[in-house]
Design a protein around this ligand. Structure first.
Ligand SMILES: Nc1ncnc2c1ncn2[C@@H]1O[C@H](COP(=O)(O)OP(=O)(O)OP(=O)(O)O)[C@@H](O)[C@H]1O
Ligand SMILES: [Mg+2]
Length: 264
């Protein structure tokens, strides 16, 4: 049996009388894109925040590569290899692309210049940033020194996804990365998500966009009323059936525990 890369068991989070997550479970397996869908308030963001250290659950366990982890903040989750892109966009508009990629983890110059004077190794960061962007097929960005505020929404989103792909060593989590993007830009980001998976990083994708979910997901986790209702696949169910389960109009089928999809 394959061990999930990331697993949540029985997570609970209450805000006063509101239960955001009620014994929440989630499994993310190697090499897959796991979509998380659910109505507003179903607890998707809360679940993801618990996995990325932005929220401390009241109870339950999180396992990374089979080892129990307890993140006290998002930095600890990042250090463990979990990169999260929140919908409230995660880039600093005034900085250029390279600076954004390395925000919070800048390369310092070697020796005393870096260790004492904290001088940045800009040249190194630029060339590495360029490499990351072209790895992800964003070769059209010729000028890595271009300010992010001069980029289109899709290109900005691409920078955020690129950053997560570059630094996430175990898991990439994306909360609504294609919301508010045009058709072309949305497709671009979808392609990036596939590239990230194909490079070996499993992805959790939260989205309200059913066509996007059905296009890229290997499995679809349906969150309802704070818990996982079931897990389906784009092959096992139609979009209408997924929405019916999501809203409670249809009975959830037993969860698909592992992707049966074989990729070549
Ligand atoms: N900081 C908070 N304080 C109080 N209640 C909260 C807080 N965060 C979330 N909740 C409540 O927890 C529940 C789950 O919220 P959550 O944001 O996880 O839902 P969601 O599935 O991400 O919804 P959406 O699709 O609208 O983003 C909601 O009822 C919400 O009002
Ligand atoms: Mg949310």
């Amino acid at each position: 049996m394959t061990t999930p890369v990331l697993e949540a068991r029985g997570l609970t989070k209450r805000y006063g009388r509101v239960t955001a997550i009620e014994s929440g479970d989630l499994e993310l397996y190697p090499g897959e894109i796991l979509a998380v869908i659910g109505d507003n308030g179903a607890g998707k963001s809360s679940l993801i925040k618990a996995l990325s250290g932005a929220l401390i659950p009241d109870s339950g366990e999180i396992h990374l590569d089979g080892q129990r982890v307890q993140f006290r903040n998002p930095m600890e989750a990042r250090e463990a290899g979990i990169e999260t892109v929140y919908q409230t966009l995660a880039v600093s508009p005034g900085l250029d692309i390279a600076d954004n990629l390395f925000l919070g983890r800048e390369h310092r110059r070697r020796g005393i210049l870096g260790s004492v004077f904290r001088m940045l190794d800009t040249g190194h960061m630029r060339s590495e940033a360029k490499q990351h962007m072209s790895d992800l097929g964003i070769g059209t960005l010729q000028n890595i020194g271009q300010a992010v505020e001069s980029l289109s929404g899709g290109q900005r989103q691409a920078v955020a996804v690129a950053r997560s792909a570059a630094f996430g060593s175990k898991v990439v989590i994306l909360d609504e990365p294609t919301a508010a993007l045009g058709v072309k830009e949305g497709n671009r980001v979808l392609q990036l998500i596939r590239d990230v998976r194909d490079r070996g990083l499993p992805v959790i994708l939260i989205s309200h966009n059913m066509p996007h979910v059905f296009e890229v997901a290997d499995r679809i986790h349906i969150q309802r009323l704070g818990r996982r209702a079931t897990v389906i696949t784009p092959e096992s169910h139609s979009m209408n059936e997924a929405v019916a389960i999501m809203t409670g109009a249809a009975e959830p089928p037993p969860p698909v525990t592992r992707s049966e999809k074989s990729r070549t």
